[in-house]
Design a protein around this ligand. Structure first.
Ligand code: NAP
Length: 281
């Protein structure tokens, strides 16, 4: 599994991590097994949020990582409605309890909200000083929001921006990714398989994907993840509810595409024009 430094943190984490959204709707034992097998395969970056299943997913993740906390780079998110100074502190305490741990490795503001960012970031910094979080970041911030956040948080403070990014939705490449590159901020690609919108194998673009996968003896999903990882600040967090899917995704961490593969994918899944907005789920 390839590792990369997460933004300006100096910490190396695997390029392929594990999402957990909607796991509360699935077989719990199967999801716990998927997460653990994913950890075995090096996918130690685990992404969750207080929002997921209204806390139920953090509880599931807490069970999955029991006894293995030190292997994990654990990420959770505060809801914008809770992101006042005191609300953020309290939300973090609740997340820690559900996750059965004393610290998060990374704590994100889930999307921009109405509480002043100054308050949220002051809470993040106080949580960091207390050792309850190691790093903080944001999610679903467009270029303007991220520029403002950098000005408020300070240089090299925001570890990542977690954003929607997959083959059929590359809008982040217009402005957000270049801004993150300039400021040493990691881009964590959420819904890297389009959250159910994965290219059909019988469409023209899907056939390109399938032929590249066949040439490398891998699956189209592994090629899709590796395409997103072609730029240095990017990490991916696919969600898998079965060990088989988790292990399939982990294998993308060792795949290498040729420049010709990348060029073919760029053409088959065009960037599209800059609509000036950052799409979200
Ligand atoms: P996703 O990872 O794009 O796609 C998940 C779907 O792909 C599931 O149906 C899953 O099936 C399937 N899948 C996974 N691996 C597979 C494989 N190897 N072969 C075939 N199918 C496979 O969707 P997502 O959950 O929306 O996004 C990933 C993570 O990003 C989330 O779980 C969450 O942690 C994060 N996220 C963050 C935000 C945000 O606002 N910050 C928003 C959305 C998501 P099974 O489940 O059956 O394995």
């Amino acid at each position: 599994m390839e590792q990369r430094t997460l933004g300006s943190t100096g910490v190396k984490i695997p390029v392929v991590g594990q999402g957990t959204w909607q796991m509360e709707t699935e077989d719990e034992a199967g999801c716990i097994d998927a997460i653990r097998r994913g950890l075995d395969a090096g996918m130690t970056h685990i992404d969750t949020a207080e929002m997921y299943g209204a806390g139920a997913v953090e509880e599931l993740v807490g069970k999955a990582i029991e006894g293995r906390r030190d292997e994990v780079f654990l990420v959770s998110k505060v809801l914008p409605s809770n992101a006042s100074y005191s609300g953020t502190i309290a939300a973090c305490e609740r997340s820690l309890e559900r996750l059965r741990t004393d610290r998060l490795d990374l704590y994100l503001l889930h999307w921009p909200g109405s509480h002043p960012l100054e308050e949220t970031f002051r809470a993040f910094k106080d949580l960091r000083a207390q050792g309850k979080i190691r790093y903080f970041g944001v999610s679903n911030f467009d270029q303007a929001e991220l520029s403002k956040a950098i000005a408020i948080a300070g240089v090299n403070e925001i570890a990542c921006n977690q954003v929607l990014y997959h083959l059929l939705e590359r809008a982040v490449e217009h402005r957000v990714l270049p801004l993150c590159e300039r400021h040493g901020i990691a881009v964590v690609a959420y819904s890297p398989f389009g959250s159910g919108r994965f290219p059909a194998p019988d469409g023209a673009a899907g056939r390109v994907l399938a032929s590249i996968a066949a040439a490398h003896g891998v699956t189209p999903r592994q090629v899709a993840l590796r395409f997103l990882l072609r730029r240095q600040p990017v990490f991916v967090i696919p969600k898998a509810a079965s060990a088989a899917h988790a292990l399939d995704n982990a294998a993308a961490g060792a795949l290498r595409l040729t420049s010709e593969d990348v060029a073919r994918l760029e053409t088959a899944f065009p960037l599209g024009r800059d609509r000036g907005v950052l799409p979200t789920l």
